[in-house]
Design a protein around this ligand. Structure first.
Ligand SMILES: Cc1cc2nc3c(=O)[nH]c(=O)nc-3n(C[C@H](O)[C@H](O)[C@H](O)COP(=O)(O)OP(=O)(O)OC[C@H]3O[C@@H](n4cnc5c(N)ncnc54)[C@H](O)[C@@H]3O)c2cc1C
Ligand code: FES
Length: 332
């Protein structure tokens, strides 16, 4: 039995106000590297950072706080300002931007958090220019991460493009929790958009191989795909999952798929995993204004059988971004 409180669904024995700990702090950029031509991996050194889970994200203030000189904004009366437009934001990202935690390493009182960013606009272009020693203002960890299955359950992690970072952190946590049977499937349009470090050239035939360097040296095999065949299997991540399932036969039915990537990929995976009889968790992306559950910019429909329409709105930033596949009617 569960009861609904606001937009969330909690078990009966849950406290009325579930506590989630997040912090806001200015952190030092410890290092910057480029896992591929189009992405930058930024390691951030934070003090006493709260517990976090793969799938949770940080909100990054994508400009230097000392740059915050007064700016004048104007937009048509009665209309909404377009907050990403240069004429509103100038050369600065006005709102914080969400980024998945791509890795976490605790070293004494210091926590090293990694984010991997692809420059697509004003905020991510600012991140792209960061250097070791710079400072970034972060809030987090935010949202609900992946539910980690028991260690004996086979797991397949499927990531597409900028959806790959949270799965890298997930490999570290699965390894720490004693998982031995995990396979990472990562895909991108082309090699330059694949934000992982390769240990060796990935096979072209979807054979799982230790070709991706994983956080904490997690010893899991990976399958790499690219749309144009420039790296790994020419094809989609769903082709790689089909190959993995064919190789496992009936045993594939007991596995859990945990996925993050573009919506078309997540929809295809939802259908494919249902057909294969596999459980599936999806980490979805919506444009986020606050990341904290207050602005309602990130709504998604979730199933609610007791409601007249059979669904209700949930917030991707605080009820998600990870949802069970079967909770999301728009991903059927
Ligand atoms: C929970 C979550 C986790 C994310 N994790 C990562 C990550 O690990 N790495 C990464 O590179 N990106 C990630 N993103 C996407 C990232 O937040 C956006 O790329 C970023 O906000 C763009 O900011 P900008 O100022 O550079 O772009 P803007 O100047 O604001 O916009 C430039 C273009 O990017 C598009 N855009 C803006 N936000 C998003 C979004 N959320 N999804 C898709 N398109 C968007 C705009 O529509 C516009 O076309 C994540 C998004 C969410 C919601
Ligand atoms: S981003 Fe503001 S409510 Fe989700």
């Amino acid at each position: 039995m569960s009861r609904e409180i606001g937009i969330g669904t909690l078990p009966d024995d849950a406290p009325l106000v579930p506590v989630q700990t997040a912090c806001a702090q200015a952190v030092r950029v410890a290092s910057v590297r480029h896992p591929c031509r189009e992405h930058v991996a930024i390691s951030l050194a934070a003090d006493s950072f709260p517990a976090s889970a793969p799938g949770q994200f940080l909100q990054l203030l994508c400009h230097a706080t000392e740059d915050s000189a007064a700016q004048v904004h104007a937009w048509p009366a009665g209309a909404f300002p377009r907050i990403s437009d240069p004429d509103f934001a100038g050369t600065q990202a006005y709102l914080r931007r969400p980024f998945s935690i791509a890795d976490r390493e605790d070293r004494g009182d210091e926590t090293h958090l990694t984010v991997i960013s692809r420059a697509v606009g004003v905020g991510t272009t600012w991140l792209d220019r960061l250097r070791a020693g710079d400072t970034v203002d972060i809030t987090g960890p935010l949202g609900r991460g992946f539910d980690i299955p028991p260690a004996h359950v086979p797991v397949v992690l499927v990531g597409g493009g900028v959806g790959i970072p949270p799965l890298l952190y997930l490999t570290r946590v699965l390894h720490d929790r004693g998982h031995a049977d995990a396979t990472l499937i990562v895909g991108a349009r082309t090699r330059d958009l694949l934000p992982v470090d390769l240990r060796e050239e990935p096979p072209r035939d979807a054979a799982p191989a230790p070709c991706v360097r994983l956080p904490g040296e997690a010893p899991f095999a990976s399958i790499v795909t690219s749309d144009d065949g420039s790296v790994g299997l020419r094809g989609l991540t769903t082709d790689a999952l089909a190959a993995w399932a064919a190789q496992r036969g009936d045993a594939a039915r007991g596995a859990v798929v945990m996925a993050c990537g573009p919506d078309p990929m997540l929809r295809a995976l939802a259908r494919q995993t249902r057909a294969l009889g596999m459980a599936c968790q999806l980490c979805i992306e919506r444009n986020m204004g606050c990341g904290l559950g207050t602005c309602l910019s990130c709504v998604v429909r979730v199933r609610a059988p007791l409601r007249p329409l059979g669904w209700r709105w949930a917030l991707t930033c605080s009820d998600g971004p990870v949802f069970d596949r079967d909770a999301l009617p728009d991903y059927d």
